[in-house]
Design a protein around this ligand. Structure first.
Ligand code: NAD
Ligand code: UDP
Length: 332
């Protein structure tokens, strides 16, 4: 694995928001592995303390239960070279932790939270990375989506609290770059999955894997013909590290270029989890994007990055983790 891992100079200290969430908890581990000091700010709104609890043993790890919507204590910024802003609810699903259930918190994390993290980067003279999203493209009319596509977003629909907060965050980050010379990277993250995404998160991979392990039918919204491209978490962490350490300014897509229909995903999960039930079709939520696949030419060219883990392999690791997590044994 080492020849494909980023081997640049590790930042001496990193401030990360949302570090006890799904993606954040993997990124924090990788940063500690490469020798950085990590200060994690998380209010545990959608993340879980247990995701990073064992990391307390490292003297290079600091966990602060705090809301990024409050200004960042300047005392935390000593030696910080990278500021990574991941804090935000992230799931559109039917769940108490989805951004649909947390509209004001989502708008605040994307606006006030991004502003505070940008200020922290400016004060620390650090580089800044925003965890943005493929949702800035809305329900895209071009496929795959390059960074130059401006998107097709409903600004007042139920997904707008997330989409517009991220679009605002991108605009704010670029204003900091133009007006204050801040070194700004915007990762447009496409559907990412893997261990430590909470079982009740509401997103498609966690929903289907948990349903399958419990022997329940898998819920497919609509007729399942809508597409997504699923990136395994290890590949995403590698892409984020490479982007953070690069000289690139502005947005960059990170995600898998392999596109599947939701029905194909359901069939694959059923094949891999023998006790899974059948398929239950449920209504398609409003404004659910019909297609989504990143154009990753920019990441390939600038970072030398593309995902390595195929869906079946990533799902296999994910299924093993969920079996343990939901306490149903490791058989099957
Ligand atoms: P997650 O919900 O597991 O993690 C988000 C973390 O942010 C949680 O730990 C949560 O407690 C924390 N948080 C939320 N609001 C906060 C606040 N105001 N102050 C401090 N902490 C706060 O979600 P994730 O999937 O790990 O997503 C991480 C980031 O990546 C998000 O910004 C999300 O928008 C972005 N993203 C993720 C995906 C994906 O497929 N997982 C896709 C696109 C973008
Ligand atoms: N979806 C589904 N069943 C579920 C959860 C989601 O069919 O239990 C569908 C959803 O309608 C969407 C796709 O799977 O078309 C991906 O949904 P997810 O919530 O993971 O994220 P999105 O890509 O929509 O942001």
């Amino acid at each position: 694995m080492s020849e494909r891992q980023w081997e640049g100079k590790p930042p001496s200290a990193v401030l990360i928001s949302g570090g006890s969430g799904f993606i954040g908890s993997h990124l924090v581990r990788r940063l500690l592995e490469i020798g950085s000091k990590v200060i994690c700010i998380d209010n545990l709104l959608t993340g879980r303390r247990k995701n990073v609890l064992e990391l307390d043993e490292s003297e290079r790890f600091t966990f602060l239960e705090a809301d990024v919507c409050n200004p960042i204590e300047p005392g935390l910024l000593e030696g910080v070279e990278w500021v990574l802003h991941l804090a935000s609810p992230a799931s559109p699903g039917k769940s108490p932790v989805s951004y649909m259930s947390l509209p004001f918190e989502t708008l605040a994390a994307g606006s006030k939270g991004t502003w505070n993290m940008l200020e922290a980067a400016r004060i620390a003279d650090a580089r800044f990375l925003l965890a943005s999203t493929s949702e800035v493209y809305g329900d895209p009319e071009v496929n795959p989506q390059p960074e130059s596509y401006w998107g097709n977003v409903n600004p007042v629909g139920p997904r707008s609290v997330y989409d517009e907060a991220k679009r605002f965050g991108e605009a704010l980050a670029m204003a900091y770059h133009r007006e204050k010379g801040l070194d700004v990277k915007i990762a447009r993250i496409f559907n990412t999955y893997g261990p430590r995404m909470r079982p009740d998160d509401g997103r498609v991979v966690s929903n289907m894997v948990v349903q399958a392990i419990r022997g329940e039918p898998l819920t497919v919204y609509g007729d399942g013909s809508q597409t997504r491209s699923f990136c395994y978490i290890d590949d995403m962490v590698e892409g984020l590290l490479r982007l953070a350490s690069s000289e690139h300014i502005g947005p960059m897509n990170l995600g898998s270029a392999e596109e599947f229909t939701v029905l194909e995903l359901a069939e694959l999960v059923r094949e891999m989890v023998p006790e899974a039930g059948g398929i239950h079709f449920a209504p398609l939520p409003p404004d659910d994007p019909k297609q989504r696949r990143p154009d990753i030419a920019l990441a390939k060219r600038v970072l030398g990055w593309s995902p390595r883990v195929r869906l079946r392999e990533g799902l296999s690791k994910t299924i093993a983790w969920y079996r343990q997590e939901i306490g149903e044994g490791l058989s099957g």
